[in-house]
Design a protein around this ligand. Structure first.
Ligand SMILES: [Zn+2]
Length: 392
């Protein structure tokens, strides 16, 4: 399984062709170290697969610009004082906010639901242009300073990465094609929800951007992704143009290779992202309430190869279970998927229900009346027959 990095390969490849020699070199090094780590992760997954339940205690390590996690120094724990290093404190607080969101809002005890320890490594490598979750811990680069700043600066990036862990321990959506795009989308959804919950922002107040805080002010783009308007997060010389679609009509078919972003997992995730945004904005209020609960229960009810259609159907079923059949929440779930070109199987939305139902009911009533009429006629004929038989 590939590493779950916040900066997708298509952006790093673009940067590796940058006109700035420094950006070019840093992007190549980031790509190289990302592939190296992918191999390391596979080995570790085979040999050290155990997780130690420990009430989600946090430990922050400093790589001191090295690339060895083993040689990193422990710099902050739950019991110790705050660090003088802002990156260490931001990583510590970001892990804490994400842990508290899952515990308070979704009643989930850490990543694995069983109090898994939360370890993070900061100052990984020199000018590393990425942050990732490797199945065991979070690793942050400092950014190159020209395109990206310190990756600990974005809470939605931290929550995005930790949610890859939650997905791994629940549906374990495979990181390819539509299940992979759903995997990415789950991280974006709960990534923004953590940020909105901490900032007490309603769906209307939130910016629905991922990674807005890790791009330098020099970069004209807003963020890595926009859930509200996929495809509009950036458009500039450094990064190119945001390739995300927000509708099935624009679904991007890509090869299932690292160059093809494993079938476009960071690209087609725009479609379920937009569906979540549509539900949250139509319902209004706090997106972590009904929309967040519907999505979380649907993630828990999904499996490794769940595709967009199956996930949409599951959210509709879960909305019915949580808030009632034909509830406002359930009808708006239907509308949200309809808005991105996915028709929930056997469902109905707020626009279809009021017009279609009375018509159907009326027709059914007419049919019933005519059936009763026929029965009455037959009964009258039977009675007449009986009468004439008795008289005769
Ligand atoms: Zn991701």
């Amino acid at each position: 399984m590939p590493l779950c990095c916040i900066v997708p390969p298509h952006i790093l490849e673009r940067l590796s062709q940058s006109s700035s020699p420094i950006v070019r070199q840093k992007a190549l090094e980031t790509l190289f170290n990302t592939y190296r780590l992918s191999g390391e992760r596979t080995i570790r997954a085979l040999s050290f697969a155990s997780t130690s339940p420990d009430s989600a205690r946090r430990s922050i390590y400093d790589c001191r610009n090295g690339v060895s996690l083993q040689r990193a120094r422990l710099v902050r724990t739950e019991d110790g004082p705050a660090s003088t290093d802002a990156s260490v404190n931001r990583a510590f607080d970001g892990l804490g906010s994400t842990r508290d969101f899952y515990r308070t809002v979704l009643e989930r005890d850490s990543i694995d639901g069983r109090g898994m320890r939360l370890n993070a490594y900061v100052h990984y490598d020199r000018d590393f242009q990425n942050a990732y979750w490797d199945g065991q811990q979070m690793v942050f680069g400092d950014g190159d300073g020209e395109v990206f700043v310190d990756f600990t600066k974005s809470l939605d990036v931290i929550a995005h990465e930790l949610t890859h862990g939650v997905t791994e321990f629940t549906a374990n959506l495979t990181y390819h094609n539509q299940p992979g795009a759903l995997n990415e989308s789950m991280s974006d959804v709960f990534g923004v929800l953590v940020k909105q919950w901490v900032g007490r922002q309603t769906a209307e107040q939130a910016d629905w951007l991922i990674g807005a805080d890790i791009l330098t002010p020099d970069i004209a783009g807003d963020a890595l992704r926009s859930m509200k308007a996929p495809g509009t997060a950036y458009d500039n010389d450094a990064l190119g143009k945001d390739p995300q679609p927000g509708h099935m009509n624009d679904y991007v078919e890509l090869p299932d290779t690292s160059r093809g972003d494993w079938g476009g997992v960071h690209i087609n995730s725009g479609i379920p992202n937009k569906a979540f945004y549509l539900l949250a904005s139509e319902l209004g209020g706090n997106a972590w309430e009904a929309p967040g609960h519907i999505w979380y229960e649907s993630l828990r009810a999904s499996s490794t190869d769940t595709n967009f259609q199956q996930f949409a159907d599951t959210t509709y079923a879960k909305a019915g279970q949580l808030y009632g059949a034909s509830s406002k929440q359930q009808r708006l779930v239907y509308d949200a998927w309809d808005g991105v070109g996915i028709r929930v199987t056997g469902g109905s939305g707020s626009k279809t229900a009021p017009t279609a139902e009375p018509e159907d009911t009326l027709q059914e009533l007419v049919r019933q009346v005519s059936r009763i009429g026929e029965q009455v006629e037959r009964l009258a004929a039977d009675v007449a027959d009986l009468k004439s038989a008795a008289n005769g």
